[in-house]
Each structure stands twice: as C-alpha cells, then as structure tokens.
Design a protein around this ligand. Structure first.
Ligand code: PMP
Ligand code: GLN
Length: 381
C-alpha cells in the first residue's frame, strides 16, 4: 500500500461531522452554512440541468466561467488574467491544490508550509516526493515574520503554500506580510501556491489582497479559489486555478487525470454568480459578520476567551486561561458527547509541536442554530 496515504487518519472534518451525527450534536465543526444558498444561483443551475449541456464540457472549464473568473478578479483586484491561457476550472479547491502541487513539486524539492496547515497539503507534497518545511505561526496574531521565513527558505525551496485568509485562524493577512513573503519568493526563486478560497469572506472592512497582485509575483504565483466559499454552496465543489501560462499548462496536465472535467451546469451557475453586483458580496460579509458577533458574544458571556475573527466562517477560542486541564482535542470530544455541540480542535492543523489550547467554531449558521448551541454550552466552563 502507498505509505503516504495508508497511515493517514480520516480527516478531522469528516471525523467530527460523524461524531456530531452519532451524538445528535449541533455541528459547528466542519465549515458549511445551514441554509440552502443563494436562490437565484441555484435556479440558474437547475435550469442548466434541465435545458443545458449535461455532457463533458471542455477540460479547462466552460468559456463563460473562465471569462467570468477573469472579469471578477479584474473587477475586485485589478488583476488581469487571460481567461483562455491563465484560468482553469477544477472540481473544488481541493483538486486545484492537488493539481498545482503535483505540477510544481519534484522529488527532493523543499516546500514551505505554514502551521496551522489545511489538511490536504502535506500528503500531496509527500506524494510528489517533496520535503515539507514547516513554519509555526503563533497565536493570537499568526503573522509572518522575517526571522521565521529566513529560517526555512533555502536554495532548495521550490514552492511555498500560503493560505490567506487563513483557516482555521481566521486571519486576513495585511499587505506588509504579503510583501515580505513576495520578497523571499523572489530572492529564492520560489513559486507561491496561494489557497485563497476564503477571499470574499472578510470582515470589518478588511479587504483580501491576492499575492498574485504583489509586484514581482505575477508569473510565480498560482492563485486558487472556490465557488463553494464565495457563494456558500460548499457541496458544489467548483474550484479555480489562475496562473501564468507555463504554470497553468502543467497544472492542466495533472487535472486531466484527476477529474478531467467539472459538472457543466454548476459551472454555468457559478459564471452567473461571479457577475453579481458588489452589493451581493458586501451583504454576504455583513450577514456573516453578524453571525460571527452573535456567536462571539454568546461564547464570551459563557466565559470563553474569543480570539478575533477577521475572515472565514470560523472563530477560535483560547482554552488556556480557563484552567480546564485538558487539550483542545479532549475538550472537543467532551463537548460533542456531553453538550451535543461539535467544534474542531486546532491541534488537528499541526503535524508537530501543535498549539493545543485553541478550538474552532463555525458561525455560518442561522441565528436559531447559534442560539441553540450557546444554550447547550451555557455551563461548559
Ligand atoms: N482550502 C481551504 C483553506 C479550505 O478551507 C477549504 C475548504 N473549506 C478548501 C481548501 C477546499 O475547498 P473545496 O471545498 O472547494 O475543495
Ligand atoms: N474546509 C472545510 C473546513 O475547514 C472542510 C472541508 C472538508 O471537509 N474537507 O471546515
């Protein structure tokens, strides 16, 4: 059996969602909203299923969607992409990440990865024969530092994988950190694979900035997005890869043997959605920020120290001042069985030297769901 995969546990998201089902718990673990998603986008998809193309679309994605992605990023970030040479549609960001890593990494290459790390990166780096070089980010700010980057970048560095906004820590990185990372990528001739699936989910007026837009990064950055997050339709699994033609061409060679294509009717609906007026996106942020505040203030009232969430569907709490004498993992196991609320231990996002006192809650839920979870947790600390 393949040693990279045989020894892996089931991902924490699946494991926790199963525990939530087994215990009849409210699931604030895995990140998904509990409403059906934007009705107009779903109607466009339904119409495309009934009246549109249901056969293999073009391997790179339907032209309307590739054009919509390019126009969307031009509009939001002033980034100019050639839709036919620099944009590819994949089955979710998960596939986009796998295609990008396999396209770039060769045996012996070092790949810089930040902890907390999203779970799909390390196994795919290792499958490609790459050597992960882990950088530990520190709570509560989780910022990049010159010293930390200087310690890991080397002439063997082939790539860096950077998740911004950062899941699970809910950080939206400022330009200063992007410029720092860009400087190292250029000094060491490294490619940046940027997982930007949470790009539209930012709060308090913070704006996501793509690394691809930082001077000097245009031709060495692979930008990855996900319609699942942009439109709160996480099950749709429509992802995008945007990169200069020499990078995109190789990622496409991998994509053709991972999934080859992605359902055409959902692509039609995502193309429609990306063209929505700014107001839609701003309203989504406002509603999610309201849910964030509802959960944050409820948890604070119970006594949980809440760490500020700048973006994503998540907020984190720090257990260390509570004197509970248990790890984040033990705490999550206890609350799912005793209080019937599921959350995710942030230590699951580390391979070594984990932060073991931080727990992630998903707030992308109806008020009634948040209130019911808070009620259940009311004497948890
Ligand atoms: N990267 C990050 C940081 C994520 O949080 C997620 C899922 N929420 C993904 C990738 C995977 O996205 P998709 O569901 O489009 O595969
Ligand atoms: N990205 C989602 C989260 O962080 C989960 C995706 C998955 O289940 N693989 O909760």
């Amino acid at each position: 059996m393949n040693k990279v995969f045989a020894g892996l546990p089931v991902t924490v998201f699946e494991a926790m969602s199963q525990l939530a089902r087994d215990n009849g718990a409210i699931n604030l673990g895995q990140g998904f909203p509990d409403d059906p998603g934007p009705e107009d986008i779903r109607r466009v998809a339904a119409d495309a299923v009934m009246n549109g193309n249901n056969q293999y679309p073009s391997m790179m994605g339907i032209p309307e969607l590739r054009q919509a992605i390019a126009s969307h990023y031009h509009h939001w970030h002033g980034v100019d992409l050639d839709p036919m040479a620099e944009v590819m549609v994949t089955s979710g960001a998960t596939e986009a990440l796998t295609a990008s890593i396999l396209a770039v990494v060769e045996p012996g290459d070092e790949v810089i990865v930040f902890q907390p790390v999203y779970d799909s990166y390390l196994p795919i780096i290792r499958q490609a024969g790459g050597i992960p070089k882990l950088v530990r980010l520190e709570p509560p700010h989780w910022r990049l530092t010159e010293d930390a980057l200087r310690a890991v970048f080397s002439p063997k560095t082939k790539a860096v994988i950077f998740n911004n906004p950062l899941n699970p820590a809910a950080v939206v990185y400022p330009r200063e950190d992007l410029e720092l990372l860009a400087r190292f990528c250029q000094e060491f001739d490294a490619i940046a694979i940027c997982d930007e699936v949470w790009e539209h989910v930012t709060f308090d007026g913070l704006q996501h900035q793509p690394l691809l837009g930082i001077p000097g990064m245009r031709d060495r950055t692979i930008k990855i997005g996900s319609a699942g997050k942009i439109f709160s339709l996480t099950g749709w699994k429509i992802g995008f890869v945007c990169a200069a033609p020499p990078l995109l061409r190789v990622a496409a060679k991998v994509h053709q043997f991972l999934t080859f294509t992605t359902p055409p009717n959902l692509q039609v609906a995502v193309a429609y959605g990306l063209g929505k007026a700014d107001d839609y996106f701003l309203q989504m942020r406002k509603e999610l920020a309201r849910s964030r505040d509802r959960l944050a203030s409820g948890l604070q009232t119970i006594g949980f120290p809440v760490i500020r969430s700048q973006g994503t569907y998540f907020l984190t709490v720090d257990l260390s001042p509570l004197g509970l004498n248990e790890s984040d993992e033990a705490f999550c196991r206890r609350i799912v069985t005793e209080y019937k609320v599921a959350a995710i231990p942030v230590s699951a996002f580390y391979e070594n030297n984990p932060v073991t006192s931080v727990v992630r809650f998903c707030f992308a839920k109806k008020d009634a769901t948040i209130d019911a979870a808070l009620e259940r947790l009311s004497d948890a600390v």
